[in-house]
Design a protein around this ligand. Structure first.
Ligand SMILES: Nc1nc2c(ncn2[C@@H]2O[C@H](COP(=O)(O)OP(=O)(O)OP(=O)(O)O)[C@@H](O)[C@H]2O)c(=O)[nH]1
Ligand SMILES: [Zn+2]
Length: 342
């Protein structure tokens, strides 16, 4: 068989499969449409996606209660965990249909296997950047996370874990933290090594939707195990239907955090999300990600100043005067240098 013929046959097969798939989706959509008009579904209500598996989702009603397994109208694509949706519950079964997506406040994206950015979670109030006394953080790494956070538009919070290992006076690490607090970033300290070591974190989580990110070994799993103490709770956000299946999915899930003193907090978590923060930024995003640079930007002598050695550079002058910390500026330069390697 010639190559050409084979590829034509393959193409035909692919087209056939796709046509079937579209037909199935259309049939399902027609059925949904009929059911909707026949009144098999209740009234429209607000909800939030707590997990998703291909074309089915688990949605929690804004009024609360167990998550409900829902499918999508065919014209709705690309929903992610954390999305707010309009949905209708079926009268006769424990399922429902999502009819619309509410506009997102923000979205967290990650590159997929082919390097294409894909949304993984939406409507996040804060990005908790976890680092630890051990392994000690490089200021540069913290800066990389902050730049990545600024690029998403989600407010970053620095969480220093393993404070039980902190030397008596805290030394350099305290200075480092003080510097970030000075820039306006909230800093929270935690330890999983003693009872009550998460009190400050609890206060931060209440009433917000959070995501926890950070390097390997800083204690993310340990923190989450304490925030969601029993396994049942960790899977509790899912509908009964999902629990029955053998989903070894790595898709993000939204958990309601129990036992917070004031107000309910939510955590969106997945192995992929925890790795967020290392890569895919351009020079402009990096510059914008250093928030204390903002007041100097646009004041350089040359409009296309790249803030390296140019005369009349407002950033370099600010470093010289001590208005920008030299370590932050060094960090900035190092991140720019590394952009080409990504
Ligand atoms: N001393 C001390 N050790 C801690 C604390 N929290 C976590 N650890 C330890 O630090 C190590 C790493 O913790 P993990 O929770 O696995 O860290 P992780 O960030 O989830 O790491 P990855 O799964 O590799 O991303 C483990 O040996 C924990 O027992 C803490 O507050 N104090
Ligand atoms: Zn400049």
């Amino acid at each position: 068989m010639s190559k050409r013929k084979l590829s034509r046959q393959q193409r035909w097969r692919i087209e056939k499969v796709q046509a079937e798939r579209t037909q199935r989706a259309e049939r399902r959509d027609t059925r949904d449409g009929e059911k909707l008009t026949a009144g098999e579904y209740g009234p429209e209500q607000g909800g939030r996606v707590v997990a998703h598996f291909g074309r089915t989702l688990d949605v929690r009603a804004d009024q609360g209660g167990d998550a409900v397994r829902c499918h999508l109208r065919a014209n709705l694509e690309g929903l992610v965990t954390g999305d707010r949706v309009i949905w209708r519950a079926a009268h006769d079964a424990n399922d429902g249909v999502v009819v619309a997506r509410v506009e997102r406040d923000n979205v967290l994206e990650r590159p997929d296997a082919r390097g294409q950015l894909k949304p993984v979670a939406a409507n996040i109030d804060q990005l908790l950047i976890v680092f630890a006394v051990e392994p000690a953080p490089h200021a540069n790494l913290i800066d990389r996370y902050l730049v990545a956070a600024e690029a998403t538009g989600i407010a970053p919070v620095l969480v220093l874990n393993k404070t039980d290992l902190l030397p008596e006076h805290g030394g350099e690490l305290r200075d480092l933290l003080g510097r970030y607090e000075g820039l306006g970033y909230p800093v929270v300290t935690t330890t999983t090594a003693r009872e009550g070591g998460l009190a400050a974190l609890h206060a931060r989580l209440a009433g917000r939707t959070s995501v926890l990110v950070g390097q390997s070994g800083v204690g993310k799993s340990s923190l989450i195990e304490r925030l969601l103490p029993d396994e049942e709770l960790r899977i509790g956000a899912l509908s009964k239907d999902t629990r029955k299946g053998t989903h070894t999915t790595t898709t993000a899930r939204l958990y309601v955090l129990p036992g917070l003193a004031s107000g309910e907090g939510e955590l969106i978590d997945s192995p992929g999300i925890r790795e967020f923060g290392l890569g895919h930024l351009d020079e402009q995003q990096v510059t914008a990600g250093f928030i204390e640079f903002r007041e100097w930007l646009g004041h350089c002598r040359f409009r296309d100043c790249r803030h390296r050695h140019e005369p009349g550079c407002a950033l370099l002058a600010a470093v010289e005067r001590g208005d920008i910390h030299p370590q932050r500026f060094t960090s900035y330069q190092r991140i720019l240098e590394s952009l080409g390697d990504a």
